[in-house]
Design a protein around this ligand. Structure first.
Ligand code: F6R
Length: 610
C-alpha cells in the first residue's frame, strides 16, 4: 500500500536515497511511484505508473537537490496513471505533497477548487492538499499545512516541500504512520521503518493530529494548532539487517522462504514463555495480574483478513482451554456497529503489520470507550503495538510476501499461549496445562513434518489450479482453517475459492458441486469425524473431486479422494497443522499458473487505508 519517504541533509543528494527507500517499501504493494526534490530552480517532480525501477530509468539526468520526498502509490482515487502518481503539486508548482490515507471530503474540495478556477491535473484526493497549501496565506510552511489540514476530513500521513522554504520538510499524521529518523546532519522521513532503518535506528513516531518540521539538523513537533508537542527520538532495539528485504527472497521468492521459516518462527514465539512445571505460559507484556485475569468474562478478538481467520482459531482455543466465552470479528466492521464495550471483556487485536487501519481504528474505538485491549502484533513499535494496553510480540521476523504465512502461525501460537495463561488462572488443570505445554514444545517439529510434504502436493495443486471455482470446507475448529485455505488460494491463484461450514453444504451450496468444482475438506480426528466423512460421501456422490486434509488415523472409508495426512497434535492445536498444507497447495497452484506469488494483483501488504 502507499509508502512515503523523505530526506533532508547537507551532504548527500536526495534522489538516490529516496529511490532506495522506495525500493524498500516495494513489498507493501503499489502501482506507481514518484519523487520530488528542491533544486535551485525550484521544486522538480518525476513520477510514473509502474515499478520504482521504471521511475529510476525515467529520472532526468540532472535531478539534484539535498531535500526531497518520495512515494509509492496504491490506487484509491483514480487509476494507476502517471498523472495520478504522487507527488502532487499546486498550480504554481511551488508545493509538492505525498500522502498516504484518504481524504473523505475530497470531492467537495475538488469542486470548490474548480469553482475557484484551479485546473486539477489528477483524479486524486491528494492533489487538493497541494492546492490548499499553495493557496494558504500562512506565513510559514507549518502554518500553511496546518491551515490546509483544517479543511480536510479523513486520514493522512503526509510530507510537504515548498520552494519558498527550502530548509525543511513539513510532515503530518492522522491515522497513517509517519516516522522521523535522526541522522548526523541529515534527517529521514518514512511511513515504514523498513525505508529508513538502514540509515538510522534513532526515530520518533508522530502521533495522530501532530505536525512536524524536519530540517537537516533536527525536528520539532506541534499539535494541529501549532502549539509545541515536545517529542524526543528514541533508539530502537532492532537489527537493520532483518529489514533487508529488497532482494528477490531467494529461489521460490518470499512466500516460499517464509513458509519454510515457520518452524524457526514457531520456536521464537514460544521461547521463554512456556512453564513446564506449572503447565502455563508467562506473558509479562500483557500487563495484567492474576486478579485482573480472573475478572475477564468474555474475550473478543479483532483482526482483518487472514488475521481475522486466525483470530477465530484463537477464540476457539480460548473458549476450549480457558472456558471463557470468546469470538472473533472482522475489525473492519466492528466500529461501524457502535459496539457496546464491556469493562470485563478482554479485547485482543491481532495484526502482523500493526498498521492495518481497520484494526487500529477498532483498537482506538475500544480505548475511547474505556475497554482494555491487548495486541498480538509482529512489527515492533508499530501503531497498534503502541496503542494497546499490553500485548504479545510474535517474533515471526519481517514478513514480506503479501500472502501471510509465518506471521499467522505465530499468531496461532500467540493465542495458544494466551489461552493457556487465561486457562491456568481459572479452571484449566495442571495436567491439561502440561498436556498443552508438551504439545506446543513439539509443534515446531510437526510444522517441519508438514512442510516436508511440499513435493507430494505439487500434482494435486496443479489439478486444483485447473478449476475455475473451488470449495474449502470444515467444521467448528476446521472452519477457520477452511476460510484461511480459501483465502490463500484465491489471493494468489485468482481462482474463486469459497469457504463453507461442511454442515451448511446441504443448505444451499451442494447445488454447485459437480465434477468441475473440487472441494478441499478439512477433516481432523475429532468428535465430528464421522459427520465430516458423511458429508464427503455426499460430495463424492455428486461427482465433486475431493482433496481431504486429515490425520492418518482417520478412516475415510471408500470415499474417492486425494488425502493429505498431517501429524496429530493435541486437538486444540490441530488447526495450525491442518492449515499448512493449504498454504502449500495455494503456492504450488499459483506457481503452476505462472503467477507472481509474492505480489498478487490488487493487493497490498499493509492495508493502511479504510
Ligand atoms: C492474507 C493477508 C491479509 C492480512 C490482513 C491483515 O494472506 O495477508 O488478509 O492478513 O490484511 O493484515 P495484518 O495482519 O497486517 O493486520
Amino acid at each position: 500500500m502507499c509508502g512515503i519517504v523523505g530526506y533532508i541533509g547537507t551532504k548527500q543528494e536526495a534522489a538516490p536515497l529516496l529511490l532506495e527507500g522506495l525500493t524498500r517499501l516495494e513489498h507493501r504493494g503499489y502501482d506507481s511511484a514518484g519523487v520530488a526534490v528542491l533544486a535551485p530552480s525550484g521544486v522538480r517532480v518525476a513520477k510514473r505508473a509502474g515499478r520504482v525501477r521504471d521511475l529510476q530509468e525515467a529520472l532526468p539526468k540532472r535531478f539534484a537537490g539535498k531535500v526531497g520526498i518520495g512515494h509509492t502509490r496504491w490506487a484509491t482515487h483514480g487509476p494507476a496513471t502517471d498523472a495520478n502518481a504522487h507527488p502532487h503539486t499546486d498550480a504554481k508548482g511551488d508545493v509538492a505533497v505525498v500522502h498516504n490515507g484518504i481524504i473523505d471530503n475530497a470531492a467537495a474540495l475538488r469542486a470548490e477548487l474548480t469553482d475557484a478556477g484551479v485546473d486539477l491535473l489528477s483524479d486524486t484526493d491528494t492533489e487538493v492538499l497541494a492546492h490548499l497549501v499553495g493557496r494558504s496565506e500562512g506565513a510559514t510552511l507549518e502554518a500553511k499545512v496546518a491551515e490546509a489540514l483544517t479543511r480536510v476530513d479523513g486520514t493522512y500521513g503526509l510530507a510537504v516541500l515548498h520552494a519558498d522554504f527550502p530548509d525543511r520538510i513539513v510532515v503530518a499524521r492522522n491515522g497513517s504512520p509517519l516516522i522521523i529518523g535522526v541522522g548526523d546532519k541529515e534527517m529521514h522521513v518514512a511511513s515504514d521503518l523498513a525505508a529508513l532503518v538502514r540509515y538510522t535506528t534513532t526515530v520518533a513516531h508522530l502521533e495522530d493530529g501532530e505536525i512536524a518540521t524536519v530540517t537537516a539538523s533536527g525536528f520539532t513537533t506541534y499539535r494541529a494548532d501549532l502549539t509545541h508537542a515536545p517529542r524526543t527520538a528514541t533508539e530502537l532495539d532492532v537489527d537493520p539487517a532483518a529489514y533487508d528485504v529488497a532482494d528477490a527472497g531467494g529461489e521460490g521468492g518470499h512466500m516460499w522462504r517464509e513458509m519454510f521459516e515457520q518452524p524457526a518462527a514457531a520456536e521464537r514465539v514460544l521461547r521463554g514463555r512456556l512453564d513446564e512445571r506449572f503447565g502455563t505460559a508467562h506473558l509479562g507484556g500483557l500487563n495484567m495480574d492474576a486478579r485482573e485475569t480472573r475478572a475477564i468474562r468474555r474475550v473478543k478478538v479483532l483482526g482483518c483478513g487472514s488475521a481475522y481467520y486466525v483470530g477465530q482459531m484463537g477464540a476457539s482455543l480460548i473458549e476450549e482451554l480457558a472456558r471463557i466465552p470468546a469470538d472473533a470479528e472482522a475489525a473492519s466492521e466492528f466500529r461501524y456497529r457502535d459496539p457496546v464495550i464491556e469493562p470485563d471483556t478482554l479485547y485482543v487485536a491481532v495484526s502482523q503489520s500493526g498498521e492495518t487501519i481497520d484494526t487500529l481504528l477498532a483498537v482506538q474505538e475500544i480505548r475511547r470507550k474505556g475497554g482494555r485491549v491487548v495486541g498480538l502484533v509482529n512489527v515492533v513499535g508499530s501503531a497498534i503495538a503502541r496503542e494497546v494496553d499490553g500485548g504479545i510480540y510474535l517474533h515471526a521476523g519481517p514478513e514480506v510476501a503479501v500472502a501471510s504465512t509465518k506471521a499467522l502461525t505465530t499468531m496461532f501460537l500467540g493465542f495458544s499461549l494466551l489461552a493457556l495463561q487465561l486457562g491456568r488462572v481459572r479452571d484449566l488443570s495442571v495436567a491439561d496445562g502440561k498436556r498443552i505445554v508438551t504439545a506446543l514444545q513439539a509443534l515446531p517439529e510437526h510444522v517441519e513434518e508438514v512442510l516436508a510434504l511440499s513435493d507430494e502436493l505439487v500434482e494435486v495443486a496443479e489439478q486444483l489450479a485447473a478449476a475455475d471455482s473451488l470449495f474449502f470446507v470444515g467444521r467448528v475448529r476446521g472452519f477457520p482453517v477452511a476460510r484461511e485455505g480459501a483465502q490463500k488460494f484465491k489471493e494468489i491463484t485468482y481462482r474463486h475459492a469459497e469457504a463453507y461450514q461442511t454442515s451448511e453444504l446441504k443448505h444451499g451450496p451442494l447445488a454447485l458441486i459437480s465434477p468441475a468444482v473440487p472441494t478441499v475438506a478439512v477433516v481432523p480426528h475429532d468428535e465430528l469425524t464421522d459427520r465430516n466423512v458423511g458429508a464427503l460421501h455426499e460430495i463424492a456422490a455428486r461427482g465433486g473431486p475431493l482433496v481431504v486434509v486429515t490425520h492418518a488415523d482417520v478412516d475415510l472409508g471408500d470415499v474417492p479422494c486425494r488425502r493429505i495426512d498431517v501429524p496429530r497434535s493435541e486437538r486444540e492445536l490441530d488447526p495450525i497443522l491442518l492449515t499448512l498444507p493449504l498454504q502449500l497447495l495455494a503456492f504450488h497452484a499459483a506457481t503452476h499458473l505462472g503467477l507472481d506469488v509474492d505480489k498478487p494483483r490488487n493487493l497490498a501488504k499493509s492495508v493502511t487505508v479504510e
